[in-house]
Design a protein around this ligand. Structure first.
Ligand code: 5AD
Ligand code: SF4
Length: 354
């Protein structure tokens, strides 16, 4: 067994592909092999994307959401949450302030909120591009034409996680929605020329090792530029309140296997992992991750974007001090902070990149 796992890991290091059975074996084996897996992921990370850690400033500009995902505190059925929207000027101001302290990528994230129409988002993209940054959008499922307009307006990347690759579980967790339509969005975004990010949660009620293996195989099949893998965290105002959080070790293993399968991908050390494990960011950065996404939302709104509990506590430091702390943590790991916009090394861009 021991020898077999070792062989599978070294094959993945060489070939960046694994069968479903091999992934299941790695994910289900005892802790004694985790260290070898994390080391292998760390060395693939170093070889393919180097020691630089990319910092992306995230602005959560609206916590309104028309969807009703069972796990999420922003679901429309949650009436225990004060809702907010930032206008275009407030978003610009938050972005300019993030740029002034060193961020070179701005991620705009919201619930699915159609109040911001296609033109409004395109205008915001154009304004942000003038700040000399890469722009990532994370606004959920929208029509193809809107994705196209925003890409033309300068949006470089789009994040939309598939959440779980099990179509039945997806349906249960997302009333009235399908995994197929999610995957359609991911394919459309890629075809339009976005650098695309997907990802999943680990430890969702009803998830199995087999479906986790399918999550990794789907990321590989979509050949994503980014993959966010974080633990499920139960939110008290949701139907999943009583379930346990996703396991830290399994989240790290998923991240490590993702690095083996997608050597050039950008893989964040997620805030969710940091929220349930104080050393989660460091451990993720040593297990394949090369991105951190600090929250640069104005402080008056930060604790209202409560997709899971204690998120704002994990993000409580003020932007300047927070960035300095993060830089110190990264340097202490023997890594560097990237100074460029951190585009995916996977794609050649037709668009001029400054
Ligand atoms: N626990 C962990 N992650 C969550 N997300 C939403 N709710 C939760 C939760 N309870 C994640 C989803 C979504 C992203 C915005 O936040 O993966 O894509
Ligand atoms: Fe809305 Fe996203 Fe939360 Fe689902 S996960 S309820 S789409 S904010």
């Amino acid at each position: 067994m021991k020898q077999q796992i070792r062989q599978i890991i070294s094959k993945a290091v060489r070939e960046h592909s694994l069968s479903r059975d091999d992934i299941i074996l790695i994910l289900s084996c005892e802790n004694s092999h985790d260290y070898e897996l994390f080391q292998a992921a760390d060395s693939v990370r170093r070889q393919y994307v180097g020691d630089a850690v990319h910092l992306r400033g995230i602005i959560e500009f609206s916590n309104y959401c028309s969807r009703n995902c069972l796990y999420c505190g922003l679901r429309c059925a949650n009436k225990n949450l004060r809702r907010y929207r930032m206008d275009a000027d407030a978003i610009y101001k938050a972005a300019a302030s993030a740029v002034s302290i060193g961020y070179r990528t701005i991620v705009l994230q919201s619930g699915e909120d159609s109040t911001y129409d296609a033109d409004a988002i395109a205008d915001i993209c154009r304004r942000l591009k003038k700040l000399g940054v890469a722009v990532t959008l994370s606004l959920g499922e929208r029509p193809y034409e809107e994705y196209r307009l925003w890409h033309k307006a300068g949006a470089d990347r789009y994040l939309i996680k598939h959440e779980t690759a099990d179509p039945e579980l997806y349906k249960k967790l997302h009333p009235g929605k399908t995994l197929a339509s999610r995957i359609d969005c991911l394919r459309q975004l890629s075809e339009l020329g976005y650098q695309v990010g997907s990802g999943c949660m680990v430890g969702l009620p009803g998830q199995t090792i087999e479906t986790l293996a399918d999550d990794l195989l789907l990321l590989k099949e979509l050949d994503v530029e980014m993959a966010g893998i974080g633990p499920f965290i139960p939110h008290p105002s949701t139907p999943l309140a009583e379930y346990p959080p996703g396991p830290v070790d399994m989240t790290l293993k998923m991240l490590a296997v993702a690095r083996l399968l997608l050597p050039l991908a950008h893989l964040p050390a997620t805030t969710a992992l940091f929220t349930i494990a104080g050393d989660g960011r460091e451990r993720a950065l040593c297990s394949g991750a090369n991105v951190v996404m600090p929250n640069v939302t104005p402080s008056e709104y930060k604790n209202l974007y409560e997709i899971y509990p204690n998120k704002s506590r994990a993000e409580k430091t003020m932007p300047v001090a927070g960035r300095r702390q993060l830089e110190n943590m990264i340097t202490a790991l023997g890594r560097t902070v990237a100074g460029d916009q951190g585009h995916s090394p996977k794609r050649k861009f037709s668009r001029a990149v400054s």
